[in-house]
Design a protein around this ligand. Sequence first.
Ligand code: NI
Length: 179
Amino acid sequence: MPARPILRIGHPLLLQRAQSVAEFNTPQLDALVADMLETMEQAEGAGLAASQIGVLQRVVVFGFEDNPRYPDREPVALTVLVNPEIQPLGEEMESDWEGCLSVPGMRGWVPRHRRIVYRGFDPQGNPIQREVEGFHARLVQHECDHLDGILYPQRIEDMSKFGFEDELFEEHPEIEDAC
Ligand code: NI
């Protein structure tokens, strides 16, 4: 199960809608999931959609215990979700910093539904249903957006809050001199 190259923003496949998985519990699906998990782990990502490795099927993986990319986050159980659907719970939106393995080195301030129910299946076809909020809800919304060809920069409302991670979050002692 090799890690696969991750497509970066600008690649046309990232803008395509992925197709539903028609058959569960197949060697093809198991191999895809194994490659996705390996790819996510090697890249130290919190989530990955099949589209990001150029496979237009509705499969996402997500979850982490301690992730150096997201040191302050509550852990999310490692999950493989096939044919996911999301239903927002209530109107409440919440904005937070978001990154993506297909947009390396950058972060943006993205509004998402604060609470959702998500449903889908594991690779064997067993149903999964969870009610979640906060970062877990954000992660699932981000990954499922990939399956519809949407990258997080398209969700940013204030483009002044989009940039390179090291420029956004590191101190800039030179600014005092410049002002
Ligand atoms: Ni992403």
